[in-house]
Design a protein around this ligand. Structure first.
Ligand SMILES: [Zn+2]
Length: 129
């Protein structure tokens, strides 16, 4: 676990090709969930158009345009958004996130110790037989 302090949010949507500047005509405010969902939909429609254009012009090469969502971790407590696709081993944005992480890390360590102890007991029983 160790990630209840945050959740992944979409912070960008990319097409792996130079695309026209569709984003500036968005009816939604930049950076909102509605904006990213709208942009992804626009890009998918545009990518399909480009694929059809290439097909109509009898290109020998097949073209496959991928629309990629960029995910970032957002802190549930302070709202800080970490850099895109960052693993964030331990949060450092605010005390609440750090405290939650520390608590869960300690719990995880306890669980590992308990499992190791259980395995050791099982092993000893098996050896006695
Ligand atoms: Zn935070």
């Amino acid at each position: 676990m160790l990630d209840t302090w945050s959740k992944y949010i979409v912070t960008d949507v990319k097409v792996e090709i130079e695309q026209p500047n569709i984003g500036k005509w968005s009816p939604y405010k930049y950076g909102t969930n509605e904006y990213w969902l709208w942009l992804e939909k626009e890009f998918r429609a545009w990518a399909k158009e480009v694929e059809e254009f290439v097909r109509d012009h009898r290109s020998q090469d097949t073209l496959d345009l991928s629309v990629v969502r960029v995910l970032s971790k957002k802190c549930k407590y302070c709202g800080y958004v970490y850099p895109e696709n960052d693993e964030v081993p331990k949060p450092d944005c605010c005390l609440d996130a750090m405290a939650t992480w520390d608590k869960e890390a300690a719990q995880e360590l306890e669980d590992i110790k308990r499992k190791q102890e259980e395995l050791k007991i099982e092993q000893e029983k098996a050896n006695q037989q």
